[in-house]
Design a protein around this ligand. Structure first.
Ligand code: Z5A
Length: 227
């Protein structure tokens, strides 16, 4: 006869950390997401990279709707709801399962982008965004958000080098100034959750600063599951 104590209980994996990169376009998020993932993998940490809007087949289809210039103008409420529809799918199907399995997740944008673009850019009431955030995410928030900050002129000039622009990149300078302003406001309101990185610097220096910020947290116990 076996009893429960005959079988050593298998320890649940330590939950992964959720790190987001944010900022206006062209500050280097997509480039640096991969650099950060490579660094953490090199430290023996299991890592998954993803992006928003997107990250699952359904969420990528919603991304196409959001970024395409092939459709008639979209109402701002539709845009907000689509962003959160894509996020619900991404969170439930991909982000949360990975974190529960002990994998760290690095995302190119998350809900701070909604506050910045739909709240700041489109001027949607912040209470509406907060209500959707609470509905879709409950208490779930990133462990760390790396805000890559550069002037609108720098960001748009870099993004423009890539060629054809998407629906958001058609917006005015004042739209992007409002977006950047909201990012700054959010950092000020909750400094413990953010690290601000000077993205005007060279790609190599931005990468070094990002890695230094994340390494500092790993060294204070993140790798062992500490807060
Ligand atoms: N959106 C929203 O409205 N609400 C939401 O909730 C969410 C998103 C989640 C996603 O588009 C759009 O969705 C986004 C907001 C909206 N708006 N737009 N546009 P996206 O993912 O295609 O675009 P993006 O997020 O803005 O990324 P981006 O334009 O690709 O920029 P990036 O990722 O920050 O930059 P990059 O691609 O890494 O670099 C751009 C170029 O600059 C490239 O040639 C690099 O080599 C160069 N670069 C980068 N850093 C440097 C430095 N430091 N020096 C010199 N050159 C550099």
């Amino acid at each position: 006869m076996t009893t429960q104590s005959d079988h050593p209980t298998q320890a649940a994996p330590v939950r992964g950390k959720f790190i987001c990169l944010e900022g206006i376009e062209g500050v280097g998020k997509s480039t640096q997401v991969q650099a950060l993932a490579d660094h953490l993998s090199g430290c023996g940490i299991p890592v998954m990279t993803t992006r928003e809007p997107g990250g699952t087949q359904i969420s990528e289809a919603v991304r196409e709707l959001l970024l395409s210039r092939d459709y008639p103008p979209m109402h701002e409420d539709t845009e907000l709801l689509l962003v959160f529809a894509a996020r619900a799918e991404h969170l439930q199907r991909r982000i949360l399962p990975a974190l529960e399995a002990g994998t760290w997740v690095i995302s190119d944008r998350f809900t701070d982008a909604t506050y910045a673009y739909q709240g700041g850019g489109r001027k949607i009431d912040v209470q509406r965004i907060a209500a959707l955030e609470n509905w879709v995410q409950g208490a779930f928030r990133p462990d760390l958000t790396l805000f890559l900050d550069a002037s609108v002129a720098t960001g748009l000039a870099r993004a423009a080098k890539r060629g054809e622009s998407d629906r958001f990149e058609q917006e005015t300078l004042s739209f992007f100034e409002r977006v950047r302003f909201i990012y700054h406001m959010r950092v000020q309101m909750n400094p413990g959750r953010y690290a601000v990185i000077d993205a005007e610097q060279s790609l190599e220096q931005v990468r070094a600063d990002l890695i230094a910020r994340v390494d500092a947290l790993v060294n204070v116990g993140w790798k062992r599951g500490g807060a």
